[in-house]
Design a protein around this ligand. Sequence first.
Ligand code: GDP
Ligand code: IMO
Ligand code: MG
Length: 420
Amino acid sequence: MVDVLLGLQWGDEGKGKIVDYFAPNYDIVARFQGGPNAGHTLYVEGKKMVLHQIPSGIFHQNKVNIIGGGVVLDPVTLKRECDAVAAFGIDVRKNLFISARTNIIVPTHRALDKASELSKGESKIGSTLKGIGPAYMDKTGRNALRVGDLLDKRFTTQYIKLRLKHQKLLDNFHFIEDISAWEEEFFEALEFLKTLNVINCEYYINDQIKAGKKVLAEGAQGSMLDIDFGTFPFVTSSNTISAGVCTGLGVSPKLINEVFGVTKAYCTRVGGGPFPTELHDSVGEEIRKIGSEFGATTGRPRRCGWIDLVALKYACMINGVTQVVMTKADVLDAFEELQVCTAYGIDGATTKEVPFQMSNIQIDPVLQSFKGWNMDTTQLKLASELPATMNTYVDFINNYIGAPVTYVSNGPGREQIVKI
Ligand code: GDP
Ligand code: IMO
Ligand code: MG
């Protein structure tokens, strides 16, 4: 069976920490989409680690970690990350497998990402500049190079062809940066990539499942950044929702069991695009400060706001969420009053549905107030210890979204989590 763990908001919900916490219950942890735009933070032996390409189960020695075919892979980032995990005694040649179908991010993808963003000016997406959009465009445009192509003697010819195509596009953008240093690093990293375990993921994973092994599929980004169902065009370029697990790993929908959705107790977004509950005042600043809301990949300040139940319920619906993990509840410890968004006001009417496009309309959130718990919750271990005010807040959310919150995370540490 395959359980899924993914983000329900605009990313950075704390997926890395929760995957690391759940990993002991599984045999395999597999990333199914996204690429180095992801930044998943976890603490190992008290040290902060941010993973971009490697699944968050990597620090559990006896677990297999898979980079699935739905992922776009930057070999340079991967190499750097493998070196970083090696410092913890992890041998990626033993517990990291990469699908032959995984698409490779080449240096010109990064250049194209940058050139495209520059050309958009004010209306830029605010991408992570990691080459994600251009790499997925080459996948759907049927031009991409894949990890399995690496050992083919035609690889270099194919690379040169792709680079030429990209150069024409870059010329159109008048992009003149010298990327030769990136290319040098890239070719070095490809040699390293050749030494890792490349598998036919779809056969491997289905064989393992048949043999009774348990898989945890780890999502990157969040449901509101999904290419089809997110706040288009301010989204990423992959299917971040549970449906992406099937295409990203090669497993049938029938094999999907639990879908764990991760949400913060409030809401953040990094980059451009609509964010109905965004706070532009000192409360937003306070949340950013207490929650250390700065991007794990780009360091950009994250935009902060109240939890948006309209979007959250929508995300639960399209993912088939069976359990919700609420993270960063402790960040709200200091607030006397909390708000939650229960509807959107659009053009004088209210709706509880996420509109098909949110970029060119004014959305006024309808907010309901709750009393804050106003106490330090970071040391609590048991559901029975949670303050009544927090239970009221969580119960309201459960009822609204129609999925149960089964875990509350109350700090960044592995052990800071309360099972409800
Ligand atoms: P991800 O991309 O979903 O894995 O999330 P990020 O790692 O980008 O961002 C989540 C941040 O919140 C990281 O710095 C985590 O260490 C931190 N974090 C995770 N869970 C909690 C929590 O319950 N409380 C607090 N205070 N921090 C948390
Ligand atoms: P994790 O896995 C938060 C955002 C970018 C930008 C948009 C498109 O850590 O939750 P892209 O580089 O994908 O073309 O950028 O998506 N974005 C993320 N925001 N967390 C992420 O990943 C993100 N990955 C991309 O900021 O708005
Ligand atoms: Mg992140």
